[in-house]
Design a protein around this ligand. Structure first.
Ligand SMILES: [Zn+2]
Length: 377
């Protein structure tokens, strides 16, 4: 996710915060100080409301981090590697490398998060019972943390992907049907239903004068629906890719340019004619690198005729390459994981093709039109 900054490491996991969280932090502190607390604990000074509001918002941040940390620690315990935890406007997510290998792995890594939130709710609840008799700032804080952790725990148990409950359901369907892809299809559909449902409820709220709750629900709904549909998409891609090699999806009709081509000439003489997004930079049979329209765009307009593509290209040693016989799934994984648009396919040290997402989509389209025997899942 772009727009994030690192705030430190915990148990070897990089903790990152997306800038949207800063906004949410302020929004929560403000809504606590201006309405939630005064409604329940009247008679404090304005400063007291703000202090408790800010502390409450910060504690919520810590609780969400504990929820995410529980996912990460369970994943690490099962031998998966966790790159980072990112906190953003909807809470947090753990970036775990690789998909779960088994249904039980998926089940446990997912279920510990809501368990952690509900455990926190119980702890704050028990503490709150002790302080309730003397209503003050501490009681207010404990009451808020009890409620909010309970809500986080229960909301995440809704069986709709990408929520934790959806992953738990996915693990259960996976185990029952022995098909990971069928499980993804089912739970991403429940995710889309929940997403659209939340958007509808949100729009209703907007028209009944609860603007903030409404916008909030639309946002959450949109996020859930788009995550669910992209999970469905990538699961379909993987199904098509299963059993195929990179050779079957790569583009062999690519054009190349020499390192001494100017950026201006790349755009005018090549890109404007054959509309490729990326060009191999070759001298004879040797690959020097790859230059994309994004690279070309980085050269200032006034310098385009003096800049050579070799100055803006990604150099060959830094390129991720594939062999034509590599599984297509591996190519898809690399494209997604590194967030790049094309991979160079090399055979005996020579480039023989390029693998692009668009190329894979074409293979998918053709595959769907051909009457195939059901591919094994
Ligand atoms: Zn979770």
């Amino acid at each position: 996710m772009s727009g994030t900054f690192s705030v430190g490491r915990l148990f070897g996991v990089n903790i990152r915060v997306h800038f949207s969280w800063v906004f949410i932090f302020a929004l929560i502190a403000w809504s606590l100080a201006s309405s939630w607390l005064p409604g329940r604990y009247p008679g404090w000074s304005g400063g007291q409301y703000w202090v408790v509001g800010i502390v409450g918002s910060a504690m919520l941040f810590v609780c969400v981090l504990i929820h995410e940390m529980s996912h990460s620690l369970e994943a690490i315990r099962r031998g998966l590697s966790v790159r980072s935890i990112t906190l953003f406007f909807l809470g947090g997510f753990s970036q775990i490398d690789g998909e779960s290998r088994t249904a039980s792995e998926e089940f446990w890594v997912s279920v510990v998060g809501p368990i952690a939130s509900l455990a926190l709710a119980s702890i704050f609840g028990l503490l709150y019972l002790n302080f309730r008799s003397s209503p003050g700032q501490i009681a207010a804080l404990l009451q808020y943390l009890m409620i909010v952790n309970f809500v986080v725990g229960v909301f995440n148990l809704i069986p709709a992907f990408p929520l934790d409950g959806g992953r738990v359901l996915r693990a259960l369907v996976w185990r029952a049907t022995r098909s990971e892809q069928r499980a993804t299809r089912v739970t991403s559909l429940t995710g889309s239903v929940l997403g659209f449902g939340l958007i509808a409820v949100g729009i209703f709220f907007v028209f009944t004068n609860d603007l903030i709750t409404g916008i909030w629900l639309v946002f959450i709904g949109w996020f859930i629906q788009s995550t669910a549909s992209s999970a469905r998409q990538s699961s379909a891609e993987r199904r098509i890719a299963t059993g195929r090699t990179v050779r079957e999806a790569m583009d062999e009709g690519f054009h190349a340019v020499t390192p001494g081509t100017s950026v201006q000439s790349l755009l005018e003489d090549h890109a404007a004619k054959d509309f490729q997004r990326a060009y191999l930079v070759m001298l004879g049979d040797t690959l020097h690198g790859i230059v994309t329209l994004t690279d070309a765009g980085r050269a200032p307009v006034s310098q385009r005729s003096e800049k050579w593509v070799s100055e803006v290209m990604t150099r060959a040693p830094d390129l991720v390459t594939l062999s034509p016989e590599d599984p297509l799934e591996e190519g898809l994984r690399l494209l997604a994981q590194r967030n790049i648009r094309q991979l160079v396919v090399m055979e005996s040290e020579k480039p023989v093709g390029m693998l692009t997402r668009a190329g894979v989509v074409r293979v998918m389209e053709v595959a769907q039109l051909l009457p195939t025997t059901e591919r094994s899942e």
